[in-house]
Design a protein around this ligand. Structure first.
Ligand code: BES
Ligand code: ZN
Ligand code: ZN
Length: 485
């Protein structure tokens, strides 16, 4: 799908359908003649995601108008606009429209609105249908135009930014969609490398031998049960000149399949565990966008990629491993593998010079119980860092909720034989998982995002297909782009 900006008169725009917003209880005065009947009919109330198609509208070149309910005007942020653009695109695509335009006017003509509309359209357009052979019912949109009549300067750049971010998020979704028989740790590393070469990033992949030399016993323990070798993927972006001292580290869980290992998971729903690398994929996506948008600070992504399998060489409950940091860990439950690989990845990111860390991981079922499928669970050892990430997430329209991380819960991670146990029991499971990670972030300002509830949509949304959501990408891009020391 091509995406364009048009700053000419909207009446002259030729397209199959033109999307115009209508707010709750209001009429869109620009199209009084074309819409008088449909407004008079009472069909249009303006509530969010209400879509009304009008054929042969008077006074415009567009073949149809899609009157898109946008809810109350004062609640209509760029986040709502992003969703609305996606919902409108998906609705019209299903009706075989090939050229679609969306009008942004009266107060919605800023750079953030243009970016959001472009993002929403591209995210709405994405379908995880690569493995469907029968493509005869597949519809494609050729062109999406953001119409901002008489819009100001800088909107072309805003459109390009939106495109970069959405394409990056769709790369993340594509990677998460790949099944684990295809997307192994090696394949994920190769995908990251290809992206890095194409976008001009540095990429280094550490293999098992290198990790052994370094002493990454916690990560390697998880990899033992699988015939697939592990990989530690490092992607680096360096700005042409960096004046501040900050160096952002993005660490993402890359478990390409989580059977649970010897502490094996039940069969029901296990197929979904291919998405246990969504955190890692989000970091690869974010790095792709950052390579194009060029933030002022250096950013390094570290993605530990492993498959968690119950093979004959698999680690056992009761095994004790030594992490890269030197801490010993008693593996009580092999299904709590995410924290084991992240422990070494966090230590490694610190050794690479990262001064601030964010990790994203489909870490616990417990966060799904706590926050459902709406908010990402945010944990941090540093209020300022937590606020930075929350601010970036608000701009991105990715909901996050800060969770507690009191020392009092640490009791639960005590092991009789090692420095730490890898599980802390059922109560506060997402919190004890985060406390475990905090041991490896040490004094570095750090945010952990538990995306287990938000990285996968079990049902399609009006604005997005069922499957991987690509959560996190937009937040990480904003965080790096808007960094202030
Ligand atoms: N990958 C899972 C977490 C998960 C659960 C993600 C549901 C998405 C949906 C993780 O590795 C895991 O198995 N966690 C265990 C930890 C427990 C053994 C302490 C869990 O949450 O049940
Ligand atoms: Zn697990
Ligand atoms: Zn897992």
């Amino acid at each position: 799908m091509q995406i364009h900006l048009d700053q000419g008169p909207v009446e002259a725009l030729e397209c199959d359908a033109l999307v115009v917003l209508t707010f709750d209880g209001k009429t869109n005065d620009r199209f009084k003649d074309a819409l008088s009947d449909v407004y008079a009919s009472g069909e249009v109330t303006g509530k969010m995601f209400e879509l009304t198609l009008v054929h042969h509208p008077a006074g415009v070149k567009a073949k149809r108008l899609l009157v898109a309910g946008a809810g109350p005007r004062d609640k209509f942020t760029p986040a709502e606009l992003r969703r609305m653009a996606g919902a409108a695109l998906r609705h019209l695509k299903a009706k075989s429209m090939r050229s679609i335009a969306m009008l942004l006017d009266s107060g919605l003509t800023g750079a953030e609105h243009v970016s959001a509309a472009a993002e929403g359209a591209l995210l709405g357009d994405y379908e995880p249908d690569r493995y469907k052979s029968d493509k005869k019912d597949v519809k494609t949109v050729d062109r999406f135009t953001v119409s901002v009549p008489g819009g100001g300067a800088g909107l072309d750049a805003a459109l390009a930014r939106g495109r970069a971010v959405a394409e990056a998020q769709n790369l993340t979704r594509e990677l998460v969609t790949e099944p684990a028989n295809k997307l192994t740790p090696t394949y994920l590393a190769e995908s990251a490398r290809q992206m890095a070469v194409a976008q001009g990033l540095e990429c280094e992949v550490l293999d098992r031998d290198r990790m052994q030399q370094l002493g990454m016993g916690s990560l390697l323990g998880v990899a033992m049960g699988s015939a697939e070798p592990p990989a530690l993927i490092v992607l680096r972006y360096r700005p042409a000149k960096s004046n501040g001292a900050a160096h952002l580290g993005l660490v993402g869980k890359g478990v390409t399949f989580d059977t649970g290992g010897i502490s094996i998971k039940p069969a029901d729903g296990m197929e979904k565990m291919k998405y246990d690398m969504a955190g890692g994929a989000a970091m690869i996506g974010a790095m792709r966008a950052l390579a194009q948008l060029k933030p002022a600070i250096p950013v390094t992504a570290v993605i530990p990629a492993v498959e968690n399998m119950p093979g004959s060489r698999a680690q056992r409950p009761g095994d004790i491993v030594t992490a890269l940091s030197g801490k010993t860990i008693e593996v009580i439950n092999t299904d709590a593998e995410g924290r084991l690989i992240l422990a070494d990845a966090l230590t490694y990111a610190r050794r690479l010079g990262c001064t601030h860390l964010v990790d994203a991981a489909t870490l616990t079922g417990s966060i799904v119980v706590a926050l459902g499928n709406i908010n990402v669970g945010l944990f941090s050892n540093d209020d300022r860092m937590a606020e930075r990430v929350l601010e970036a997430s608000r701009l991105a329209g990715e909901k996050m909720w800060r969770m507690p991380l009191d020392d009092d819960y640490k009791e639960q991670l005590k092991s009789a034989f090692a420095d730490l146990a890898n599980v802390g029991g059922r109560p506060g499971g997402a919190i004890t998982a985060s406390l475990f990670l905090r041991e490896f972030a040490e004094q570095t300002p750090w945010v952990h995002l538990d995306i287990a509830g938000t990285a996968w949509l079990d049902d399609a949304k009006p604005y997005m297909a069922k499957g991987p959501s690509g959560i996190g990408v937009r937040t990480f891009v904003n965080l790096a782009m808007n960094w202030r020391d």
